[in-house]
Design a binder for this molecule. Sequence first.
Ligand SMILES: [Zn+2]
Length: 124
Amino acid sequence: METDWKKKLSAEQYRVLREAGTEMAFTSKLNDNKKKGTYVCAGCGKALFSSSAKFDSGTGWPSFSDVEGDGVATKRDFKMILPRTEVLCKECGGHLGHVFSDGPHPTGKRFCINGVALDFKASK
Ligand SMILES: [Zn+2]
């Protein structure tokens, strides 16, 4: 079944999730969000990241050192001169951001994620 993403998503969500765009740094309200809860895919609601893995990377994008469960897939991206690893929602294939190898212990990973691609569900 083909989801009508243009109806379901805002223009900016569509640009990021479905066309692999990048939001402007420091524009997501989730960048400074320090509440406890789960970050889910804005497209399909799949749980992707836990607040416990969120850290302040200073980049202006919500950053996580690890994923939550099996909601995330990765893919090599050759759009830049140096290949990067793209991060996608495993459920709907939506583009989330990229993962780099300069994150904090213990994973050493930095998932650099567009806030507009995420919804936040606060834990009760
Ligand atoms: Zn999704």
